[in-house]
Design a protein around this ligand. Sequence first.
Ligand code: ADP
Length: 503
Amino acid sequence: MNPARILIVDDERVVCTGCEKILGEAGYQVKSTLSATKALDILKEEPFDIMITDLKMPELSGMELLKIIREMYPEIMVIVITGYSTVETAVEAMKLGAFDYLPKPFTSEEVSAVVNRSLDKRHQEREAKILRQEREKNLQEVTGEMQRIKTIINSMASGVLVIDRANHIIMSNPAATNMLGTKDTQLVGKLLSHYIKEDKLRQLKYGSDDFHSSGISAISIEFAIEDGGASRFLRAQATPVKSGVGKMLGAVIVLEDITSLKEIDRRKTDFLEIVAHELRAPLAAIAQQLMVVRDGLAGEITEKQREIIGRVKERSDSLLNLTSNLLELSKIEEGRVALTKEHLDLNELLLKVLDLFSAQAEARGVSLQFKGEKELPLVDADLSQIEMVCINLLSNGIKYNREGGIVKVKTGAEGEWVKIEVSDTGVGITPEDLDRVFDKFYRVNSEETRKVVGSGIGLSLAKRIIEMHAGRIEARSTFGKGSTFTFFLPRKDGISARTEGIK
Ligand code: ADP
C-alpha cells in the first residue's frame, strides 16, 4: 500500500520543517507550504490524504482554506493547528468539517497520534462508502430484476395467480383477470373462491395441503366460467410453493383457456357417440345369435366349433363393453348424466367388485388383497358410477400385472376425504406415460401392454366420474415395479356399518 500523503500548511517555517521531519521519519509522504493559496495550487497538481493547517495565516486564513477543501476535496482529512486561538475557534473548525485539532505547541507523539487517528477514520469512511455503494447497486439490481420478472409475467398469454396458504391471491397478471371474466381490477387480497367455485377449489385446496406429504408436484383441474351468457372452459394447474425448509407457503396457479380444445373434443365425442350407438344394436344381435349357435339351439356343433364360437363371443362382448363405455363417457361429457346419489359404503362396494374379479384374477395367477378401514366414513355418490370406476381400476391392476403378482385394495379416511387405493405389482408406467394415462384413448405402447386388450377410455371415464363427485384421482407408478391409483371422495357424516370381512 502506498504511504499516506500529508500536506502541511503553516506560515511558521519551523512548524513546517518540524512536522515534515516527524512524519517523514514515520514513513509518510510529506509536503509543506507557508501559505494557504500555495496550498491550493499544490492540491491542483497532486492528491493528498491529510492536510494539517494553521488557522492564522496572512492572505487566506486556515478557516477559509478549510471551507474550500471541504467543498473541493471532501475526501481529505483536515487537522487544524490552533496556536494562540481559543478553544472556540477549534470547535468552529470542527463544525466546518475538520477532523481534529492540534494545539500549539505539540510534541512529535501528538502529531503522529492525530495523523494515525485521522487515517483510521478515513479508512472507515472509505469502507462504509464502498459498502453503501454496493448495497445501492444490489438494491438497483434486485428492483430491476423484480421489474423484469413482473413485465414477463404481465405479458404472458397464460393467466398466473399466486395464492397463500389461506387461498388469498397475492399476485395476478392481466391474462388471469381476463380469463376469469371478472370486472375487478384488483385481484390481490381477494379469496380465490371469489373467482373459482368452491367445489372445484376444494380439489385444488386439498392438493395444496396434500402436496407436502404426498410429494405431488402439480394438480390440474378444468372448470367452466360464465362470461356474458357464453361458457368458457379453463384449465388451472396448481404447483406448490415451498420454503427452503420444505414448508408449504402457497401455490402458483397457471390458467389456460381451453374453450376451443373443448369444442373440438365435443365434436369428436358426438361422432363417437353416433358410431357407438350404431354399433351397439348389431353387436348385441351378433352376441345373441352366437349364444344360440354355441348352445346348440341351431343344431349340433362340435367341441372345437363351440370353443371358437366362445372366443368370438368373448371378443364381441368386449366390443359391446367398449360401446357402453363410449356412450357413458359422451353422456358425461355432454353433461347428460344425472347422478343418483345415495349414502355409499365403499368397503362394501369394493368387496363386491373384488368378488366379481376373483375368477379372472385366479386365471391370470394374480392374488387379490383387501385392507379396509374399519368404520370408514360413508360417501354421497352414485353407486353404478363408482362401481364402474372400481371395476376399471381393478381390471387394469389385473390386466397389467404379471403371473404371481398382487393387486391390493386399501380404503381409509383422510381429513374430509375417503381415500381408495388400488395398487399392483405389475408392469408399471413411465413418468412420461403417467402424465397421459387419464387422457381419452391413450394407451401405453410397449412390448408388455400391446398384448393386453383395451381401448384407453377406462381411466378417462374414471376421472370424469370422480370429478363429477367433486373428488379427484391420481396415479403413481414405478416403471417395471407397479402402479397405484388413488381416488378421493368427500366424506359424509355417517360411517361404514359393515366391518365384517374387512382384513
Ligand atoms: P385400457 O382399456 O387400455 O386399459 P385405460 O384408460 O384403463 O385403458 O388405461 C390407459 C392406459 O394406461 C392403458 O392402456 C395402460 O397402458 C395404462 N395403465 C392403466 N392402468 C395400468 C396399470 N395398473 N399398470 C400399468 N399400466 C396401466
